[in-house]
Design a protein around this ligand. Structure first.
Ligand SMILES: C[S@@+](CC[C@H](N)C(=O)[O-])C[C@H]1O[C@@H](n2cnc3c(N)ncnc32)[C@H](O)[C@@H]1O
Length: 260
């Protein structure tokens, strides 16, 4: 896994893939950091998608542009031995370049590598800068080359999750990880909001989906009503633990995993 993406399912990936059954094509409808892809065999057809153009640009640059990796590696190498103050200054400088030019290296540095997920929706707000410097340790050149290799042959699209549910194909397994839903507010971690009406639409679309699918969601009143109590889906409860960026506290989330 290369991106420290909020809601990454890397730790759950073995479990999720074990529920995917026998598939010949893997489609990740809400790719984010695309962490599961690292465990999907390369001989399968693979398609990842996200509505967030930054996320898509990151993955495409990883797949197609050796210069992107070169520049990112240089930047990470520099950041590993730079002071926190220097990194903050660099982050601030690159944030504006990213905003003005869309430069993917600046985007990756600001959004994915140094800052982690906390700032996703506040990319112009230096006041809430919360650098996760530990992330840099794992951004080695070897890791980036590995990510490039994982991405080879992967179809990458910027669009709605249901484009993947609706596209025809044989032996398809769709994976859906739309992000946490909180009863009274959106998840603050993503640029793209996925709220109550979106979940309701998703439940209907899944019901009529002809492909096999696996989905992860957190348990709350809405998701229990839409999925667990509806008898339309098979529900598996799981408990995973994660640690927030700098905190030592362990948080527990229960997921419902729903293969049809
Ligand atoms: C929880 S994250 C996915 C994390 C990912 N499974 C991982 O392991 O890194 C959810 C992603 O869904 C994307 N998203 C939100 N609404 C979407 C939509 N309607 N269609 C496609 N992607 C969407 C967000 O941009 C975000 O990147």
């Amino acid at each position: 896994m290369l991106l420290h993406y909020p809601g990454s399912k890397f730790r759950a990936s073995r479990d999720i893939l074990s529920l995917a059954g026998d598939y010949s094509e893997w489609r990740d409808c809400f790719a984010g950091g695309a962490s599961i892809l690292w465990r999907v065999p390369r001989d399968k057809r693979r398609w990842i998608n996200d509505l967030d153009s930054d996320v898509v640009r990151f993955h495409k640059s990883m797949r197609d542009d050796p210069e992107f990796i070169e520049k990112l590696d240089t930047l990470c190498e520099w950041a590993r031995s730079a002071s926190e103050a220097a990194i903050r200054r660099e982050w601030e400088r690159r944030k504006w370049i990213w905003r003005d030019t869309g430069c993917p290296v600046c985007m990756a540095f600001c959004r994915m590598f140094v800052v982690g997920g906390i700032l996703l929706r506040q990319r112009a707000n230096i006041a809430s800068f919360n650098a996760s410097f530990n992330n840099l340790k794992s951004k080695t050149r070897a890791r980036m080359d590995q990510a490039r290799e994982v991405m080879q042959g992967v179809q990458i699209s910027e669009g709605q999750y249901y484009d993947l549910l609706d596209a025809p194909g044989d032996g398809v397994c769709c994976f859906l990880d739309p992000g946490y839903f909180f009863e009274d507010h959106y998840s603050p971690y993503y640029s793209i909001r996925f709220g109550k009406s979106h979940f309701e639409e998703l439940a209907d679309r899944l019901y009529s989906c002809s492909h096999h699918f696996v989905m992860t969601v957190n348990i709350c009143g809405l998701t229990m009503r839409l999925f667990e109590r509806s008898n339309r889906f098979k529900v598996y409860r799981r408990r995973y633990y994660y640690t927030l960026f700098k905190s030592r506290r362990r948080h527990a989330w229960e997921y419902i995993i729903l293969p049809n």
